[in-house]
Design a protein around this ligand. Sequence first.
Ligand code: ATP
Ligand code: MG
Length: 270
Amino acid sequence: MLQIQKFDKTFNRDTMNSVHALNQVDLTIEASSFVVVVGTNGSGKSTLLNAIAGTFLPDTGSIELANTNITRWPEHRRARFIGRVFQDPFKGTAPGMTIAENLALASGRGRRRGLKQALNRSALGVFKGRLASLNMGLEDRLNNPIGSLSGGQRQAITLLMATWLKTDLLLLDEHTAALDPRAADQIIRLTTDIVSQKKLTTMMVTHSMNQAVSQGDRLIMMHKGEIMHDLSGAEKSRLRPDDLLTRFDEIRRSEQLDSSAAQLLEANYV
Ligand SMILES: Nc1ncnc2c1ncn2[C@@H]1O[C@H](COP(=O)(O)OP(=O)(O)OP(=O)(O)O)[C@@H](O)[C@H]1O
Ligand SMILES: [Mg+2]
């Protein structure tokens, strides 16, 4: 279980560029739940995932993962329990290394025994099996550099790597946004397969309304560093792309009302 309490973060405090990116966020996610995160640009989705991964520490608030308080843990310590996949297919893998070498690193074998030894026949057999399950023909390209693969193929391998070892939490930040529609669908299918097989607790940020309604068992909508909507159960499963768009419009409209009210107030005071 992931438990975030009163998490608050302001970037560039006391400067002209001050941004209150997360505003007293409370969020509890049950183990094995798959949460989709939506919201307009700049609403705090990536910041929320970064906060959990430990990219920065909170101004106030706490984070517990699997009953352990990790609020002050550095990012690298959390990385042992938290798998991440980003939008950029170039981010999750070492481009100069081969597919096999990348998988050896992810499986933790590389760290303990040196990369050469980690690539013994039995390890290569395991890697081949896992790659074959992707149905992308990558099992025959173990010695190719990762840099020679397409974006979709790289994201598939990044997903495998991010979930290779025991993972308490999987964080996906628009991990299909840079892919063409076919590759995006393929990666979404792979995501749901891995998440359901391993019963992973997952948070997935997306701008795709179709993904948002069809994936996961819970949906949160963020706005200005706050969680505006939190839907699960029947409410989530009934949700259609149009319903989501309506909720976005409502937020936009209330914002316009806020800003015109502010303008009105300003006008009255000058
Ligand atoms: N390290 C940082 N330093 C300063 N400001 C930051 C930092 N990280 C995020 N912000 C600001 O915090 C706000 C939320 O950003 P965030 O990246 O979380 O948005 P988002 O919801 O992921 O948007 P998008 O859909 O565009 O990816 C933005 O105003 C952003 O500029
Ligand atoms: Mg983002």
